[in-house]
Design a protein around this ligand. Sequence first.
Ligand code: MG
Length: 376
Amino acid sequence: MPLPAECAVPATGPLAERRYPEPSHPYRLPYERDRARVLHARAFRRLAGKTQVFTNRYSDHFRSRLTHTMEVAQIARTIARTLGLNEDLTEALALVHDIGHPPFGHAGERALDDALREHGLRFDHNLHALRIVEHFEVRYAEFRGLNLTLAVREGIIKHSHDYTAAEYPELSQYFLDQFPPLEAQLIDLADEIAYTTADFDDGFESGILTLAPARAGVRLFERFYAPMLEKYPDTPEKLVFNEALKRMLNALVDDLIAETIRRVLSANATSLEAIRHAPARLVAFSPEMEDLRMEAKSFLYTHLYNAPELRREHEEPDRIIRMLFQAWVAHPERMPSPHPEEISEEGAPRVVADYIAGMTDQYILTQFETTIAQNG
Ligand code: MG
C-alpha cells in the first residue's frame, strides 16, 4: 500500500531547482538527469576501486564500494516504489551516497580524520561528497560541479547525519532545522540493510565468519536458517545460507516499509511539509526489528570488522595515509597540478586530504610506493 501522493517529492518544483539555472530537458525530469550526472561522474567510477570491507587480497568477487552502491540503489528503489515515493530522486541519492568515501573503507576514513584533527580540521564523508559534486567534478563549460538539484544536495549532507546551522553556517540553505524528505531518509536504512546482509555474505565467503556462532548469536539469521535447513537437508551449506540470508534481507525491507507507513500515518505526516516538521525521522524499523538488526550489527563488529584476520586491513591504511599526508603537507609542490595551486585558498592539510580522499586503493598504493617507499 503506497503512502498518499503528497508524501513524495514532486518531479518538479523548488527542490528540483539547480544552482545555475538550466533549460528543462524535452523528456527527462530533473531527478532523472541527476541520476545520470552521478552515474557519469569520475568520482562514481572510482568507487569500483575502493574497498567496502575486504581488500582484494582475499578475493576479487567481494563487494566493492561500487557494487555496494548498486545494491543500495536496488533496495532503495524497491522501498520507494512500494511507498509511492519519487523513485528517480531515490535512485540518484542512492548512487551518490558513498561518493565521498576515501580509499580503504572505514579504516581509510578514520586515518584521514585523525590526520586532519592534528590541524584542527575533520574529515566528513558527507561534506566531502558535497565538495565533489559542487567543485571537484569539472564537466561543463558554464559552471563547476555537476549542478545537481537542491533535493539531491540536501540528501547528500543529511545521509545518516543532522548538522546544525550554528556549527555549519555554510550549509544553511539545506533546511537544517527540518528533516529531509522520505526519499533521503530511506537511503540511510537501505544502506544498513545492504551492508549488513552483504557483509554476512562476504564474511562467510571469506571463511572469517562461520555458521555456528551466527546461528547462536544472530536471532534474525537463525529465524530463517533453521527452517531452510529443514526444508533443504541435503543441499550444500552455502545454498541453505543463501536462502536464509535473502529471507533476512526481505524481512528487513518488509518491516521497514510497514513501520514507515505506520509512523507516517500515526504522525498524520501526509505531506512533504509535515514530514519535514515531524518530531523525528519517519523512515524506521519497528522496535523489535531494530533490536534484531542491532544484534546482527554488533555480531558483525565482533566477529568480522574487528576480527584478527582483518587487522592488516585496518593497520596498513592507517600507516599509508598518515605517511602520505605528512609528506604532502610538508611538500605540497610534490602533488600534481592543480592541487598545489589550491593551497592558498584552502590550506595544505585540506587540499592534501581532498587529494587523498579521491584516490582508489590501487592508486594510493602506487603513490605510496613512488612517494614514500622509494624515497625512504
Ligand atoms: Mg553505504
